[in-house]
Design a protein around this ligand. Structure first.
Ligand code: NAI
Length: 348
């Protein structure tokens, strides 16, 4: 039996561990490559049929043209987000699949961890007590109970996050381009417009995809509409926030704290160890100086359950494609309009 040849990009030991486990069932010929997929590395795809890419790999028109020329039939993303793929360039030439909703709990729980740490300052208390400093000066937080959270994007992750916050006794204001009235009624939340959400929320959390409408959604103009001292959580994508405007908001005190699992220019730094070298990105370096900023390195997805699901679903997508059936996790640039809603036919 012919074994599909899959070239993985941007892999770490934990990826290999989970994918090797899931591949026992399939027996695909997998090669793991540590580097990113980009203009320089796309040539390595020759001799393979599938490329498996991650969040900071570049899948633009040039890369797509190279991999198509090299005989790649499918780009299997091992992520839910697909803002790094030029779907228009791919349309009609190569199929693209993703792993939607592999564990919305993982990301929602991580957003909660950032929020709780920043509010009660456990990230700072940890260092104090280890240093024998048992003072609690400056560590005061506020009760979440009765406060208002603004959730932007009420898809899989946004809804899990809302469930958690309801457990704290918070009021929820939500914004989504496709508000779901039935969900709002059953979850006892209120959909509002963005100005309404900005004006009333004590905590704002971003759970919408990055696209041309949401790029720099959080900028000077939106920050100006927010409550003084608001906590901003971003586990969505870095490009949702204009970082320089966030820094200005932090300096003025308008933003009380920021929990960031993603950063606009993360691709050079995130997932890598720079502890013995220099950070040349002055904006990232500035962000790291704030005591009220907590940055994690795109680890929202990083739970055993999520990694298991990502590996199993990615390989199942590949099997589905080569079995010639309907590729249910396919994405294409028309998806929002047609394919996803119809869910009956392959995109092209
Ligand atoms: P989803 O597709 O289930 O939900 C996204 C929601 O955002 C939908 O309800 C959609 O209608 C809404 N939306 C679309 N455009 C919008 C706009 N302009 N304004 C407001 N809402 C809008 O996606 P899911 O699974 O909840 O993931 C959300 C995002 O989280 C992903 O796009 C991805 O960027 C990010 N993510 C981050 C991870 C991490 O490790 N930090 C891991 C997985 C996803």
């Amino acid at each position: 039996m012919k074994k599909e040849k899959i070239l993985f990009f941007d892999t770490k030991p934990y990826d290999q561990c989970f994918f090797d486990g899931a591949n026992k069932k399939h027996g695909y010929d997998i090669k793991y490559f540590n580097g990113h997929l980009n203009h320089d590395t796309s040539a390595f795809t020759e001799g393979h049929n599938v490329v498996c890419a991650f969040v900071n790999d570049i899948v633009d028109r040039q890369v797509i043209e190279t991999v198509v020329k090299n005989g790649i039939k499918l780009i299997a993303l091992r992520s839910a987000g697909y803002n790094n793929v030029d779907l228009k360039a791919a349309y009609g030439k190569i199929h693209v699949a993703r792993v939607p909703g592999y564990s919305p709990y993982a990301v929602a729980e991580h957003a909660t961890a950032l929020m709780l740490s920043l509010n009660r300052k456990t990230h700072r208390a940890y260092y104090r007590t280890r240093d024998g400093n048992f003072s609690i000066n400056g560590l005061i937080g506020f009760d979440l109970h009765g406060k208002t959270a603004g959730v932007i994007g009420t898809g899989r992750i946004g809804r899990c996050f809302i469930t958690i916050l309801k457990g704290f006794g918070m009021k929820i204001l939500a914004y989504d381009v496709y508000p779901d009235k039935e969900y709002a009624r059953s979850a006892e939340i209120t959909y509002v417009d963005l100005p309404g959400l900005y004006a009333k929320s004590d905590i704002i959390s971003l759970h919408c995809p990055l696209n041309k409408d949401t790029h720099h959604l959080i900028d000077k103009e939106s920050i100006n509409q927010m409550k003084e001292g608001v906590i901003l959580i971003n586990t969505g994508r870095g490009g949702l926030v204009k970082t320089q405007d966030l820094i200005d908001g932090l300096k003025s005190g308008k933003i009380g704290a920021a929990g960031l699992d993603v950063y606009e220019e993360e691709s050079e730094y995130f997932f890598e160890d720079f502890s013995t070298s220099m950070i040349n990105d002055d904006i990232l370096a500035r962000l790291l100086t704030f005591p009220n900023v907590l940055i994690t390195s795109h680890q929202g997805f990083f739970t055993k359950e999520a990694l298991t699901n990502i590996a199993e679903t990615t390989l199942a997508n590949i099997k589905e494609y080569f079995d010639g059936g309907f590729l249910k996790n396919e994405i294409c640039y028309k998806c929002d309009k047609e394919c996803i809603k119809k869910q009956k036919k392959i995109c092209f």
